[in-house]
Design a protein around this ligand. Sequence first.
Ligand SMILES: [Zn+2]
Length: 216
Amino acid sequence: MSRDDASMPGAIPEGAEHPDLRFMRAALEEAARAHAAGEVPVGAVVVRDGEIVGRGWNRPIGSHDPSAHAEIGALRDAAARLGNYRLPGCELYVTLEPCAMCAGAIQHARIARVVWGAADPKTGACGSVVDLFAEPRLNHHARSIGGVMAAECAGTLQAFFAERRALVRARRGRGDGSDGTQRAARGTGGSVAPIEQRDPSDPDDPPDPAIGIAPD
Ligand SMILES: [Zn+2]
């Protein structure tokens, strides 16, 4: 990981936005789709030769699929579009640090470079908990660059959780006892579920303070 390596290398024409910012904005647009669907807002895009070839957003609850993270969706979309199960020379942009499952899929896809936004100190596999891209015993190594538009990416998550908590409070205030959400998949043995699978209405599944979301 080179979280401090979010500097802007290369010759970018004056006044032009750096591609990393442009594509992270595209990933944030995918995160907004997740938000609109009531899913924890994480978005991803796959880029080849400066062009978006795959998009995905976090949707494990609605799709009844614990593997339906944004990265997996973007990889599947890109692989289908390019007609290849491997994506050499492609870059993946995602608004939240990939988990171990997604880091594994990224390696299987032979992605060349991963750019992520907010860190996930509980399940992040690009340096926060483990750094699977720096593990020499694993075959493929993507470059991993974290912290790009981190404030915007974390803010998206914070806004979502704050909104959902306010909704739960309002409904409890009305006494209908319904939080309007389907319970998310949970870890076992008291483990903390990945952010993508958190249930923001569940007091036993508190938002992650490390991304600035203070529990009530
Ligand atoms: Zn993941």
